[in-house]
Write a protein of this length. Structure first.
Length: 288
């Protein structure tokens, strides 16, 4: 595997502040992903945090449970964000610091409409679709999660198109696994606060251990596929991806050990102690 060869040119103070603002977003919203990104080398770390920040801002626009925040207003803000992102990626300067940071990454790492358009399509679906069939769920997961994995892979590989073609299926599987774990972990919140049920045919009041295990079997298959790519990533990202994979594998195991009706009532978490142990094992066990 070739090393990351993405050229990094000196940037302006404005762009530097934009990138730092993206770092503030991940610090405010994610413990697990935030910890994992600390294992990334620069400039990969900054680029991945810039991707996360845009994705998080879009997600918060559609998922904020505040009942006074109307669907029409969410839709307007989401469309404004999508349009502003497209303009910035095409080369315009944005007054939205998160968008500006993302655009810097997108232009330098080859992230284009093939990944951005499905992402915003899935964000729109959250405002219009409350239940899914198999086809709509696959489309939603592709746009909301798989493309995010592919954006990160673009950053990791620094323009190595042959490696991207080889590793893209595993990167998509990792994104899908993360998303489906989140669906299961957030089952109560999504249903009770947002009125959504992502898993096709799931009757939440009859949700039982057999349904839980069926969903986790699918998730664990994705995690196993994703794991095959980790040794082939550049040293600049290998440990971070291994740590993130470890966090979600631990969450999958914890969910499998939790009665389904408890998952229905409350969010299941991996403790900070467990996360620290996973980080330590990753540092010791994953070669540079």
């Amino acid at each position: 595997m070739s090393r990351n060869t993405t050229a990094e040119m000196p940037i302006s103070r404005y762009d530097l502040v934009a990138q730092r603002s993206a770092g503030c977003v991940i610090a405010g919203y994610s413990t697990s992903f935030g910890w994992a990104t600390r294992l990334l080398d620069e400039p990969v770390r900054t680029h991945v945090r810039s991707i996360y920040a845009l994705v998080r801002i879009a997600d918060e626009t559609v998922d904020d449970p505040d009942p006074s925040f109307s669907v029409a207003e969410r839709s307007r803000l989401l469309e404004d964000l999508a349009a502003e992102t497209a303009r910035a990626v095409a080369g315009a300067r944005s007054t939205n610091l998160v968008v500006q940071a993302f655009a810097l990454t997108a232009r330098r790492c080859g992230i284009g409409p093939d990944l951005l358009d499905p992402f915003f399509a899935s964000m729109r679906a959250d405002l219009a679709v409350s239940t899914h069939d198999e086809a709509s769920l696959a489309e939603y997961v592709h746009g909301s999660a798989e493309v995010v994995g592919l954006m990160c892979l673009r950053v990791f590989l620094g323009g190595d198109e042959a490696a991207y073609a080889r590793l893209a299926p595993a990167a998509s599987a990792l994104g899908a696994a993360f998303q489906k774990v989140n669906f299961l972990r957030d089952l109560a919140e999504d249903h009770d606060e947002l009125g959504r049920t992502y898993f096709p045919g799931l009757e939440i009041e009859q949700f039982g251990d057999a349904e839980r295990d069926h969903l986790l079997d699918d998730i664990d298959t994705d995690l196993a596929h994703a794991a095959t790519a980790i040794p082939h990533l550049p040293a600049s990202s290998r440990r971070a991806v291994a740590a993130a994979h470890g966090f979600y594998s631990a969450l999958s195991r914890r969910l499998r050990a939790t009665p389904a009706q408890q998952i229905r009532r409350a969010r299941v978490r991996v403790t900070d102690y467990e996360k620290a142990a996973i980080l330590a094992r990753t540092l010791l066990g994953v070669r540079r």
